[in-house]
Ligand binder design. Structure first.
Ligand code: CP
Length: 314
C-alpha cells in the first residue's frame, strides 16, 4: 500500500482485498473481553477533524486504541484553528509532536492531500469536502462482502445526492476496482458534471433500477452544502427518490439496504426501512472499526505479518 490513503483510487485490487481480509481477521478482537492488541504500541495517531463527525471520528479513535496507539483527537473547534491558525502551521505542530499518522476530515476538498506534503507520517483521508471518503468505501465493501458473500458482479445502486457525496465517489472508484457493477440513481440536478467519465451507469428512475439490484445504498441529502434549490420540495424528493417499504418490496429477496449515516429519516430513507432486517446500517458502523484498524495497521506496521503484529510488538 501507499504511505497515505487519500483516495479510493490509491488502492489496487490487491490492496483493497488485503484491507478487507485484514479487517476480517481483526474483527475477532472486537468479540474478546479485552479488546486490545499491542501492534501499534508507542505510535501516535492524531485525529484532526475540521468538520463534524460522529461515526468516523469515534471509530478511528476506537480502532487506534484497540491497536494500543497513543491517540490525540483534535477538533478545529476549541483549538488554535479558531484563532486563525493555518492548516500548514497545524501540520507542522503535529509533525513536531511526532505524529505517526494523521487522520484528517476537512470541509475543503483536497485538504488531506495538501497535508500529506507537510507531515512525515501517514495521512488518512476521513472525508474531504465533496471529494472522497475512502475508509467509508472500504467499510461499505466489507459489509457488502460479509452480507452477500461476493463483490465481483454485485449490482449496486447508489441513490440520491451524488453531487455532494464523497461517499458516492469513493464507493464508485473502489467498487469498480473490486468488479462490482454500480448504477448511480439521482435527479439530474444532483449528478455532478463529468459523471459520464465515472466507472458507473446512471439513471433517473429508481423504480426501474430496484428490481435489478443486490445492494441499494441510500445517500444523505446534504442540505448544508446546498446553496440553491436542487429539487421542488422534500416531499417531492422523498416521493421520487426515497426508499420506503413499498419500494423496498421491489428489491430481490436477498438484497440489502445501506446508508453511510447520518440519515434524514423520512426523506431519503423511511424509518421502517432503516430499522428493517435488510438494513446493514448498524453493521456498517461496527465494521468501520475493524476496517479502520486494518488501515492503520497496514499503514503503520505493514512491513510485519499479521501474526508478528498481533504478538511481536508487545
Ligand atoms: N458516514 C460518516 O462519515 O459519518 P460521520 O459524518 O458521522 O463520520
Amino acid at each position: 500500500m501507499n504511505r497515505h490513503l487519500l483516495s479510493a483510487a490509491d488502492l489496487t485490487r490487491d490492496d483493497a482485498l488485503l484491507v478487507l481480509d485484514t479487517a476480517a481477521e481483526l474483527a475477532a478482537v472486537s468479540d474478546r473481553s479485552v479488546k486490545k492488541l499491542p501492534t501499534l504500541r508507542g505510535r501516535t495517531v492524531v485525529n484532526l477533524f475540521y468538520e463534524d463527525s460522529t461515526r468516523t471520528r469515534i471509530s478511528f479513535e476506537v480502532a487506534a486504541k484497540r491497536l494500543s496507539a497513543d491517540v490525540i483527537t483534535f477538533s478545529a473547534k476549541g483549538s488554535s484553528v479558531s484563532k486563525g491558525e493555518s492548516l500548514k502551521d497545524t501540520a507542522l505542530t503535529l509533525q513536531a509532536i511526532g505524529a505517526d499518522a494523521v487522520v484528517c476530515r476537512h470541509h475543503a476538498s483536497g485538504a488531506p492531500h495538501t497535508l500529506s506534503r507537510w507531515v512525515e507520517g501517514s495521512v488518512v483521508n476521513a472525508g474531504d469536502g465533496t471529494h472522497e471518503h475512502p475508509t467509508q468505501a472500504l467499510l461499505d465493501a466489507y459489509t457488502m462482502r460479509a452480507r452477500t458473500g461476493r463483490l465481483e458482479g454485485l449490482r449496486v445502486a447508489i441513490v440520491g445526492d451524488v453531487l455532494h457525496s464523497r461517499v458516492a465517489r469513493s464507493n464508485v472508484l473502489l467498487l469498480a476496482t473490486l468488479g462490482a457493477e454500480v448504477t448511480l440513481v439521482s435527479p439530474p440536478t444532483l449528478l455532478p458534471l463529468g459523471v459520464d467519465a465515472w466507472p458507473a451507469e446512471t439513471s433517473y428512475d429508481l423504480d426501474a433500477v430496484l428490481p435489478k439490484t443486490d445492494v441499494v445504498m441510500m445517500l444523505r441529502v446534504q442540505r448544508e452544502r446546498m446553496g440553491a434549490a436542487y429539487f421542488p420540495s422534500e416531499r417531492e424528493y422523498a416521493r421520487r427518490y426515497g426508499l420506503d417499504a413499498a419500494r423496498m418490496a421491489a428489491l430481490p429477496d436477498e438484497a440489502i439496504v445501506m446508508h453511510p449515516g447520518p440519515m434524514n429519516r423520512g426523506m431519503e430513507i423511511a424509518a421502517e426501512v432503516a430499522d428493517s432486517v435488510r438494513s446493514t446500517i448498524v453493521d456498517q458502523v461496527a465494521n468501520g472499526v475493524s476496517v479502520r484498524m486494518a488501515v492503520l495497521y497496514l499503514l503503520l506496521a505493514g512491513g510485519q505479518t499479521a501474526d508478528q503484529g498481533r504478538g511481536g510488538a508487545a
